[in-house]
Design a protein around this ligand. Structure first.
Ligand code: SF4
Length: 490
């Protein structure tokens, strides 16, 4: 029996290597191999070097006036819509060439549901005989959408470890399939740098989070019970990594620090095998579980950079979102990271219910005063979050559930206000970079103009950016938001 597992191409304004780690697909691969399948995995988003520019889809028409052709540099928003991966028909040919008995498509985010449907449709156009199943976070939050598309024989919502055993037994009569430990440890190489002597890996150690942040969809896929994988499994997987290079290990967990002792134990295990390992946690560390000492320990262990999640600096919004916070503690942790020589990015969410110009500026101004880069996430829901029932969400394109779509979901802030906040975050980062408060930005040739552009923004109270090597005024912006920010920081 042969199974092809495929991560479909992704259409968006951007894509990063860590988003292509396909750890859910890794769980499927391992399970099927344990069941005796020959498996082939296609990670289409990273299978071609160059992304293909696409026309802006109709559902993103609200962004038309915000996209500046040729925009680049440290103050830019997104400029062009792209497909990361080959044409869907080429993907279908590659899959079918394998002559599989079953095809499993991994849809890792609701926003990319249409990419999974397009790939399945391209496969079905050529071959209707081979069963096509879809699983992952997309079908987990809205299985009906995938069923209604008519291109899947099976829709598998939920965690792979939970849904696959029954599916395989029922469909192929293969009993008994070995059940994975719950949860399994998955690791995937995402790159290699000969120059740095590093191999890059992504891994996930835990599932589920007992916290209850209103904006978070983690529980819809993984539940609210915190589960962690066996440390023996981790050591075993690490033994399979070639030891010619050191490793950079990015943890993709949503709440890595919920069991802090466990996490430090894992770090010890990795360091034992790779003493020069570098660590990151790109989904963000819950700083409420950290103190200054643990930040020092982490930096000594190989965390050279941190991603922290603040959600908001506004207490009312935080309470409304059931988000526990301690902004003073966050400040001390960020400062300690800086003292230890580590950089940090601290994220807040813009566009939550009840957000206002004033709350958005509070978060931006709060982070501006700290030695950290400001990360801004534009709020988007998935079906099943409070206020976003499947019925309601079915009247919108899934594409709008990407942060880059800047869709005014909650109605609290407009698209223009959210994108202006996005640009202000970048302006704040550039100012601090010039002042030496955060690591300097890498120059893309325009560095001599960086001081000039920040001075113009401050003096004229208008946002400017770079396009074709020139400074231009941002055509669509909310000047009141920028004035308010400037009055808070200057
Ligand atoms: S702490 Fe993180 S993972 Fe847990 S509910 Fe909040 S946002 Fe989600």
């Amino acid at each position: 029996m042969k199974a092809v597992i495929a991560a479909p191409p992704v259409t968006d304004f951007y894509f990063t290597p860590s988003r292509a780690s396909a750890l859910g697909a890794a769980a499927v691969e391992r399970f099927l191999a344990d069941c005796g399948f020959d498996t082939v995995f296609f990670n289409f988003p990273v299978s071609v070097k160059k992304s293909r520019e696409l026309p802006l889809p109709a559902e993103l028409g609200h962004l038309k006036n915000h996209l500046i052709q040729g925009e680049s540099g440290p103050l830019s928003f997104f400029s062009s819509y792209k497909r990361f991966g080959p044409e869907y028909t080429d993907c279908a040919s590659a899959v079918l060439e394998q002559n599989p008995d079953m095809i499993l498509i991994s849809s890792f985010a609701w926003a990319y549901a249409e990419d999974a449907v397009r790939l399945a449709a391209a496969i079905k156009k050529v071959n209707t005989r081979i069963p096509v199943a879809v699983g992952g976070a997309g079908p987990s939050v809205n299985p009906e959408y995938f069923r209604m598309s008519g291109v899947f024989d099976f829709v598998l919502p939920g965690e792979a470890e939970v849904v696959l055993p029954e599916f395989i037994e029922e469909t192929f009569g293969l009993t008994p399939c070995r059940l994975q430990p719950d949860p399994g440890f998955y690791l995937r190489e995402t790159g290699k740098s000969e120059k740095k002597g590093l191999r890059y890996y992504s891994a996930v150690l835990t599932r589920g989070c007992p916290k209850n942040c209103r904006f978070c969809s983690n529980h819809l896929v993984h539940g609210r019970k915190f589960r962690k994988c066996d440390t023996g499994d981790i050591a075993g997987e690490l033994d399979r990594i070639p030891d010619d290079y050191d490793i950079h290990l990015n943890f993709e967990d949503d709440n890595l620090l919920f069991d802090r002792d466990y996490f430090f134990e894992v770090i010890d295990i990795v360091e034992h095998k790779f003493p020069g390992a570098v660590f990151t946690a790109e989904n963000g560390l819950d700083y409420t579980f950290l103190d200054e000492n643990s930040v020092s320990m982490l930096t000594k262990s190989g965390f050279k950079s941190f991603n922290f999640s603040m959600a908001s600096a506004d207490q009312y919004l935080l309470k409304n979102e059931r988000r526990i916070s301690d902004t003073e503690k966050l400040g001390s942790i960020i400062r300690r990271a800086k003292q230890e020589g580590a950089s940090s990015v601290t994220y807040f969410i813009c566009g939550l219910e009840g957000d206002t110009e004033s709350t958005a500026i509070s978060s931006l101004a709060h982070l501006h005063r700290l030695p950290t880069l400001t990360g801004i996430s534009l709020f988007y829901p998935v079906p099943g979050l409070p206020g976003y029932s499947t019925d309601r969400m079915n009247s919108f394109s899934p594409v709008l559930s990407a942060g880059s779509s800047a869709w005014p979901w909650s109605g609290s802030l407009t698209t223009t206000q959210m994108i202006t906040a996005f640009r202000i975050a970048r302006f704040s980062n550039l100012l601090k970079s010039i002042e030496g408060l955060v690591s300097p930005f890498r120059s893309n040739g325009a560095a001599p103009q960086w001081t000039e552009i920040t001075e113009r923004i401050s003096a004229e109270k208008k946002l400017f950016t770079f396009s074709g090597g020139k400074i231009i005024e941002v055509p669509e912006q909310d000047p009141a938001l920028l004035s308010s920010f400037l009055s808070r920081i200057l």
